[in-house]
Design a protein around this ligand. Structure first.
Ligand SMILES: [Zn+2]
Length: 124
């Protein structure tokens, strides 16, 4: 069981499923919304239980981004065409038990750091 919450705890979420796609996203939208790199993993949307008033924002026509309207924590990313939902690993309370698999959208990454962990890097 993984449990997560936003900074102010108005929003909580949990899943019994084993998350996949453990990644760090360097895209421009995640940079803006998270303040840097967004670390996430995904499960089937039906395997994620969310409580609280998630505010959804569509930064592009293909997906929506969920955050807390009170504290601003960026918690979820959901593509309209997929039945999975990504959640913020930074929002997990306690150990995740997960291991980073890859970096994505590195073509858009900031110029103030280097990726030096040897993991796969996808341009998009
Ligand atoms: Zn909050």
């Amino acid at each position: 069981m993984l449990r997560g919450s936003c900074l102010c705890k108005r929003i909580t979420f949990e899943t019994d499923a084993t998350p996949k796609g453990v990644s760090m996203c360097h895209c421009g939208q995640c940079r803006k919304q998270s303040g840097g790199i967004w670390s996430s993993a995904f499960v089937a949307e039906t395997d994620l239980t969310v409580t609280g008033p998630v505010a959804w924002y569509e930064a592009s026509p293909i997906a929506k981004r969920g955050s807390c309207p009170t504290c601003g924590s960026f918690l979820f990313w959901k593509a309209h065409a997929e039945d999975t939902i990504s959640f913020s690993l930074g929002a997990i309370d306690g150990p995740t038990g997960l291991t980073l698999e890859k970096h994505i959208f590195v073509a858009d990454k900031g110029d103030y750091y280097q990726i030096a962990d040897g993991l796969p890097q996808k341009e998009q």
